[in-house]
Design a binder for this molecule. Structure first.
Ligand SMILES: Nc1ncnc2c1ncn2[C@@H]1O[C@H](COP(=O)(O)OP(=O)(O)O)[C@@H](O)[C@H]1O
Ligand SMILES: [Mg+2]
Length: 283
């Protein structure tokens, strides 16, 4: 292990401790056309290291699923992709993360602009305390994407349509977003993310608060959205990863253990830790 960062060596974490983990991300990249690349990414919360030397390329229009036991660092890694970790006190990210080849951690990268390019959908639907219309119109207004009301109306309609929610809400756009069911609220949050034309969408267990029917709708939506967006989804459901993703990445105690085509990960995993997880021996 050549990439153990200096602070870790000082704390007595040696290459030996990491010997059981693969040195680099294994498996072939999904395609050569990388949307997001992570190189030697380490994430710390104060003294505690949550992510260890992760290398991964995410292809344009790929759906990549991130799985692994609770606490293995899936959310932490996802949040470093759009610098949401900047808002977490004491959190430090090292390594190189590039979006279309551009380093997202330089001083000239505005995190607010970055989060418009790399949108995020959270575990619990979190609509703003505003109308359905205003939830979707909020971002386009903030970023000045519409000069006239008609233009804004069109963005709202298109985003809600793409999120599979338009027919259900078109006659009640002035009602509060919170008046919708949980599954509808999550689709509203997806519409809100889409409204500012992101390039990539990060989803952190987006269905964990939803019933099976609402979950199925979100999964269908993910497949549709992948035609236009690059999607990274964290899920605790292996079935969901198998249904929606092209590739699956398995994490264990902050290490990327393997990343491969989803079918391969679930039928012929390369690493024994992955196999133990998918066969239910832990997790
Ligand atoms: N804000 C935080 N401050 C300190 N430690 C944190 C924070 N968030 C997460 N962690 C720790 O980082 C590790 C990874 O957590 P997390 O990324 O939430 O894992 P997962 O999403 O896979 O369940 C865990 O040990 C967790 O306790
Ligand atoms: Mg999490």
């Amino acid at each position: 292990m050549t990439n153990v960062p200096e602070p870790l060596l000082k704390r007595g974490v040696t290459a030996m401790d990491n010997a059981q983990y693969p040195d680099q991300a294994v498996g072939e990249p999904f395609a050569d056309d990388h949307k997001m690349s992570l190189r030697n990414v380490n994430v710390f919360y104060g003294d505690k290291q949550a992510i260890f030397d992760v290398n991964i390329d995410i292809a344009r229009n790929e759906v990549i699923a991130m799985i692994g036991p609770s606490g293995c660092g899936k959310s932490t890694l996802l949040r470093s992709i759009n610098r949401m970790n900047d808002t977490v006190e004491g959190c430090v990210v090292s390594g190189e993360l590039t979006l279309d080849g551009e380093d997202i951690y330089t001083a000239k990268m505005d995190p607010v602009a970055l989060r418009a390019r790399v949108g995020m959908v959270f575990q619990k639907p979190n609509p703003f305390p505003k109308s359905i219309y205003d939830n979707v119109a909020y971002g386009p207004r903030l970023h000045g994407l519409a000069s006239r009301r008609a233009e804004l109306d069109e963005i709202v309609e298109t985003s809600l349509t793409r999120a599979g929610l338009w027919t259900e809400v078109k006659d009640r756009l002035d009602q509060p977003g919170t008046s919708l069911s949980g599954g509808q609220q999550q689709r509203l949050c997806i519409a809100r993310a889409i409204a500012i034309s992101p390039e990539m969408i990060l989803m952190d267990e987006p269905c964990s608060a939803l019933d099976p029917i609402a979950t199925a709708k979100i999964e269908e939506l993910i497949t549709e959205l992948s035609q236009n967006y690059t999607i990274a989804i964290v899920t605790h459901s292996m079935q969901q990863a198998a249904r929606v993703s092209h590739r699956t990445a398995y994490f264990h105690l902050g290490h990327l253990i393997e990343v491969n085509e989803t079918e391969k990960v679930f039928t012929a995993p390369e690493h024994e830790l992955t196999e133990a997880y998918i066969t239910g021996r832990f997790g």
